[in-house]
Design a protein around this ligand. Structure first.
Ligand code: S3P
Length: 437
């Protein structure tokens, strides 16, 4: 993997259109695959993770046109029960979303056998959180470490319905169970401890599935999916990914003289926790042109530098910004006062242990911060120093360290910087362009 060198002291100016939302991209491919007829996807993220989902679906006989930046992707749906048993192992690459949603999609494919695998990082990630509740519905999934780790084998079964209370607020778990519910014999109810992103619910409904959502349910946010509806191909428009926009938001706030407009950003309320935190930090952030695009709210974000205040985050806010914590750690270092992140133990089972990796890499740049079991304590007002750092193969760490490098004194060399391609293939090109102004 390649490294990138960056020096602090420059500025950042201009407009940037971040690539399509990763979560919505995966779902549009998956739901399109099992719908009747054609689904067109405008703005699909042409990055490694959605390519993994597309490759798995193609191995099961789904025709998907070439996935290239700027082109509309066409998926020829095979219907709810049309997926073929693949001859090869389904390779989910680095993508937890691919593996977990595939488990839900495939558990109910009666009389078919599937094997899922991924890269070294994905083989370390917990899958029992999906496999176990699927077993309650009649799923048969086995794997290493008692079925918790890939490679995983799925023996397709007829599924029954049920009510599952998940111990973690995870959209991947919830979505896997909803996908399984599509072919179950009875309704499937999912109750979460806090509301996770709801893209599956929105898109499944648009495709014709019957579901009812109660975000204020007495035992926690709940979704009930009624099986039996036929999904119909749709025209999906994918908004820009707020999790990719987050790097430019923080860069625009921290880099002296910056002025950035980030266009076409998805503003689904289950994803905008970062905007709430930036407001807590008194960031001068303006949302322009708010609109609705194909069932998802979208807007443009304008940001300029300012002295930020510290923040304190925990509880139900965490699932709404779970992927933005690495870049928020960078923002906290520049704020006035000490910031505290708690209830974020989920970060330890992402592509890397993001609490440990961010603490280690920011310390290499001279930062002082404390790691707790489930978060970070980050004193503000710190000047970073250029250093040799490493993404440790994590895309969001690579991009967070890039923003840290822009505000550091001197040069920073980021090893394995090309990890960014997992969710943002043009990140380094966009950065170079914004640096030229
Ligand atoms: C995702 C859900 C989140 C998030 C991931 C994408 C999704 O994971 O971190 O990047 O598309 O459903 P969890 O469900 O594990 O919280």
């Amino acid at each position: 993997m390649s490294s990138t060198s960056l020096s602090g002291g420059g500025s950042l100016r201009g407009s940037v259109r971040v690539p399509g939302d990763k979560s919505i991209s995966h779902r549009s491919l998956l739901f399109g695959a099992i719908a009747e007829g054609e689904t067109t996807i405008d703005g699909l993220l042409p990055a490694e993770d959605p390519l993994s989902t597309a490759a798995c679906l193609r191995s099961m006989g789904v025709k998907i046109s070439a996935i290239e930046a700027g082109s509309i992707v066409r998926v020829q749906g095979v219907g709810l029960d049309g997926l073929n048993e693949p001859k090869e192992i389904l390779n989910c690459g680095n993508s937890g979303t691919t593996m977990r949603l595939m488990l839900g999609l495939l558990a109910g494919r009666k009389d078919r056998h599937f094997v899922l695998d991924g890269d070294a990082s994905l083989r370390q990630r917990p899958m029992a959180r999906v496999a176990k509740p699927l077993a309650e519905l009649g799923g048969d999934i086995s794997g290493r470490e008692g079925g918790n780790k890939a490679p995983l084998a799925i023996r397709g079964n007829a599924l029954k319905g049920g009510c599952i209370t998940t111990p973690v607020a995870s959209a991947q778990v919830k979505s896997a169970l909803l996908l399984a519910g599509l072919t179950a014999s009875e309704p499937v109810t999912v109750i979460e401890p806090a509301l996770s992103r709801d893209h599956s619910e929105r898109m499944l409904r648009a495709f014709g599935a019957e579901l009812s959502c109660n975000p204020q349910g007495p035992k926690g946010p709940s979704v009930i999916l009624q099986p039996g509806a036929v999904l119909r191909g749709q025209q999906v428009v994918v908004p820009g990914d707020i999790s990719s926009a987050a790097f430019w938001l923080v860069a625009g706030l921290l880099v002296p003289g910056a002025e950035l407009t980030i266009e076409n950003v998805g503003l689904n309320p289950t994803r905008t926790g970062i905007l709430d935190v930036l407001e807590m930090m008194q960031a001068p952030l303006t949302v322009l042109n708010q609109r609705d695009v194909a069932g998802e709210p979208v807007g443009d974000l304008l940001v300029k530098p300012a002295q930020l205040k510290s923040f304190n985050i925990a509880g139900e806010l965490i699932p709404r910004l779970v992927d933005e914590i690495p870049i928020l750690a960078v923002a906290a270092l520049a704020a006035e006062g000490t910031s505290v992140i708690a209830d974020a133990a989920e970060l330890r089972v992402k592509e890397t242990d993001r609490l440990a990796v961010m603490a280690r890499q920011l310390r290499a740049m001279g930062a002082e911060l404390e790691e707790s079991d489930d978060g970070l304590v980050i004193p503000g007002g710190q000047q970073l120093k250029g250093a040799d750092v490493d993404s440790e193969t994590d895309h969001r760490v690579a991009m967070s360290l890039a923003v840290a490098a822009l505000v550091a004194e001197g040069n920073t060399r980021i090893a394995r910087a090309d990890a960014a391609a997992v969710s943002y293939p043009n990140f380094w090109d966009d950065l170079a362009r914004l640096q030229r102004g």
